[in-house]
Write a protein that binds this ligand. Structure first.
Ligand code: BEZ
Ligand code: FE
Length: 294
């Protein structure tokens, strides 16, 4: 069709896309065009503003590298990752552990650690953490599940962000025992600012938002036949629980960290903490996500 006025643009584009063979791709792309055009009609960007918007998207792509995923970070900061997560998890009732966004820092190849082992691989000052966890499904133990654990240091950085930290520090892969249990030792994670040196940081500053995430541990639990559980468990008293910059905190995921009294379980002196947590998995798709970084 020859376009005669702005009102014809949307139908022209939808008509051009009508031959899309894959039904789902057709559904997704036509919805995208309809919503994008509605957004443009509502906002009426100037040409200069639209140039800026397109350049902003380009900068997100340019900021991606093997060790940094700005695309995931942007999706997280505008709440889309959490929305996708909550729309795809928890539909089967209230028995499963709430899922939380994967974030940009999961690596698929953390070293295997024996049950009860430490994931501290180099000097990492901070209070010790002793975690005792169990994985259940329908009330029964999930044995021999793969459990990836990763988290920030007590200074609030991930090992891939800090050249002084040992490779794979504060990352480990465990197997649940016959009772679905796994235990590990680490240091207590701290809250941290998400990376703000790219376009997502520019957006946060322009919106007057702080960049902090409350302290948490990440877990990815994988067992064929069960829906892969990707989640985070947040430290109870963190000042940013109610204002997580990426909207990852749900009530079910806060808690279980306790300050230890007396000597630590390994006999060491100094401040220590424990975490007790039970994860509940549901039947479903056991696919692993695409790693955001290598
Ligand atoms: C994280 O928890 O690792 C994370 C999530 C979203 C943005 C940045 C970091
Ligand atoms: Fe994190």
């Amino acid at each position: 069709m020859i376009i005669n006025g702005e009102a014809m643009v949307t139908p022209a584009v939808l008509e051009a896309m009508a031959g899309t063979k894959d039904a789902r791709l057709h559904e997704v792309t036509t919805a995208l065009v309809r919503h994008l055009h509605a957004f443009i009609r509502e906002v009426k960007p100037t040409e200069q503003e639209w140039e800026y918007g397109v350049e902003f998207l380009g900068r997100i792509g340019q900021a991606n590298s093997a060790v940094h995923n700005e695309g995931v970070l942007f999706s997280d900061a505008v709440g889309v990752s959490t929305l996708v997560c909550l729309l795809n998890n928890g539909a089967n009732g209230s028995t499963e552990t709430a899922a939380a966004l994967l974030g940009p820092f999961w690596r698929d190849n953390s070293p295997a650690v024996p049950d009860g082992g430490s994931i501290v691989r180099g000097p990492t000052p901070g209070p010790k953490l002793f975690a005792t966890c169990q994985v259940l499904s329908g009330g029964a133990p999930v044995a021999d599940a793969r459990v990836d654990v990763w988290h920030s240091s007590p200074e609030g950085v991930y090992e891939n962000q800090d050249p002084n930290m040992a490779d794979m520090n504060l990352r480990g892969q465990f197997r649940t025992d016959a009772e679905g249990r796994f235990r590990f030792t680490s240091v207590k994670p701290a809250g941290y600012p998400v990376p703000t040196d790219g376009p997502t940081g520019d957006l946060l500053r322009a919106q007057g938002r702080h960049p902090f995430r409350p302290a948490h541990l990440h877990f990815l639990i994988h067992k064929p036949g069960l829906k892969t559980l990707i989640t985070q468990v947040f430290v109870d008293d963190d000042e940013h629980l109610e204002s997580d910059v990426v909207f990852g905190v749900t009530l079910a995921l806060v808690g279980g960290y306790k300050k230890g009294e007396g000597p630590a379980p390994d006999g060491s002196e100094g401040e220590w903490w424990s975490l007790d947590y039970t994860f509940h998995m549901e039947p479903g798709d056991s696919r692993l996500p695409v790693p955001p970084i290598q």
